[in-house]
Design a protein around this ligand. Sequence first.
Ligand code: FA5
Ligand code: MG
Length: 459
Amino acid sequence: MLKLITFPRVSLASQLRGIKIISRYYSIARNSKVYPEEISLDGKTYKTDEWTNVPPYILELTQRRLHHDNNHPIGILRELIEKNFKGMGYTFYNDFTPGVTTFQNFDVLGFPQDHPGRSKSDTYYLNKDNLLRTHTSAHEHECFQTCETPGYVISADVYRKDEIDRTHYPAFHQMEGARIWTKSDKLEEIIAHDIEQIPKTNIIVEDPFRENCFNEGNPKQDYMTDNEVYLVSVHLKKTIEYLVNQVFEAARKSAKLAGSTEPYLNEPLKIRWVEAYFPWTAPSWEIEVWWKGEWLECCGCGIVRQQVLLNSGLGEEKLGWAFGIGLDRIAMLLFGIPDIRLFWTLDERFGKQFSSGNINTFAPYSKYPGIKRDISFWLPKDVTLHNNEVMDIVRTHAGDLTESVENIDNFVHPKTGKRSQTYRLNYQSMDRNLTNSEINVLHNNVEQDLKKLFDVEIR
Ligand code: FA5
Ligand code: MG
């Protein structure tokens, strides 16, 4: 039976364990239906097992390599950022395959065994020991081992099971940066000198943690002195501020060239630093950029934990920082792209608008009408259905024809106590008109899977 017993007031951790249980049943059911014995990815074969949950349409995305396409917004943004890092001591890595081990993606970075990121409702597994990387940090270990310059920059496609809407897609792109120094009597002088080398910006910085960069909640590591932590954190933050400045100044320039006179174009760029937590950095922060009236989270970072460096064969005298920046949401702003799915379209009306080195505003082409369908069902007693599971079923059948999936109603029957949920599925194609009959087929498949896998009673 596909049942999960939940109690209203149990801890998050045990609820997450519960989600894992239901995901496992879900995959077994689907495994026998959909997954072949082996999956091959970039010349490697993976024997599937009860952990396998990568749908074929996600595997296809791994072959697109949008960050390599210099005439695609993601590739253009990667080039723009790389250009600003050239000559500053960084090696560029752009060719890592997305199939990585759980060791690379989680263990070596110190993710605890019960971290939600490891669950099958968050991550696409090839099998028990291999998965599609969920972040570029999966390559830190290897790059620390092999990189011969003081720093490196990695660009890659990453995969997460996530909700679907205008700004969320199960595949996106990240750029990882890292920089290492060696302890010596001169270390503080050297870092201070390196800080001077970072070009100055005019951005307005809100940073309550610049001077007092660590505290009990966001602690420093014992093997570094207070001043080392301070200097490394200033180098890290100034590097990211410089990067963000270059990108957003380019966006402003392009908007002005396109004739925009919006007031934000003449205001200085404003950013703020907030404290964060990542298992492999301490202390850690995130940068948020004020853009058109909203704070936009775009990059996580911190001082690399010594254990990660030691695991990679670096000596006890090494220290440094790392950051990971998301490219897609920034590219959406930079190029005025209204929907994250457009990055993946093969429609030439999209592709022909962009060319290497140019940041121009996207001219929307006619939007094809969508088809809305609601689906309502009673949940069996004691079954909890995770949002991501519904998303995944819809995507499995409708792929990119899924514009969005929203949970629009949750209801408990006052007499019987039965619980009902309603989801609104918006089907839409970027490239053509949909027919009612094709959507009927897809939608019926979604209903069948919900019944089969979660025992729901369609209303
Ligand atoms: C990470 O992925 C860390 N690996 C970053 C890091 C690297 C921290 C090195 C410390 C040292 P996070 O999950 O917050 O962190 O993602 C980083 C960035 O990726 C976010 O700031 C955001 O810009 C982008 N991002 C995250 N999820 C999505 C998504 N679903 N769609 C688009 N962009 C996303
Ligand atoms: Mg984050």
